[in-house]
Design a binder for this molecule. Sequence first.
Ligand code: GAR
Length: 193
Amino acid sequence: MVIKKIAVLFSGTGSNMEKIVKEVHKKTFNGTTLEIAVLICNNPNAKGIEKAKKYGLETTIIDHTRFESREDFDLVLVDTIKQSGAELTVLAGFMRILTPYFTKNIKAINLHPSLLPLFKGAHAIEESFASDMKVGGVTVHYVNEELDGGNIIAQKAFEKTDNMTLESFEETIHSIEHTLLPQTIIKILTQKE
Ligand code: GAR
């Protein structure tokens, strides 16, 4: 049996991390079993930490405020991921800008709540809702040294209807994310050549 390990990084609520735990962790697809090797959070107060405990999973906390520079933080982050044996790292609501040291050493994918390359950065949901675009969407992409700029792996759009509020727009995004991210992880790690 083939086992492939992933690292999952989050910063807050952790709803996407929870979906990965439920849909991917210790599940077998095409003869390959996927396993979360390590959960990492940069925020000691993140709600996701308690969520993970419900499933018997401990989170490794690497509090970014305790480091003098992004590079110092990334040194520990990369080391923790390498030690876990994860071959793919998933940024599931991980709200830190990563340095080239991270991007050169770690194969990672990121979940972003807009149709990239539009609305990069930390306010994608608000900005895409406020724009005059008639669609919103979600992207999963490889992480490279450019913020939200790596190759796109999966994308899903939805219609922005006139009666949508920011809240319902955001809910639609999250419900798409909760399917698209697990599906993409499974596809990357288990699809036959
Ligand atoms: C998600 O909407 C994700 O797309 C976004 O953070 C949220 C995390 O939610 N990520 C970014 O904006 C990255 N730039 P969660 O903690 O409930 O999974």
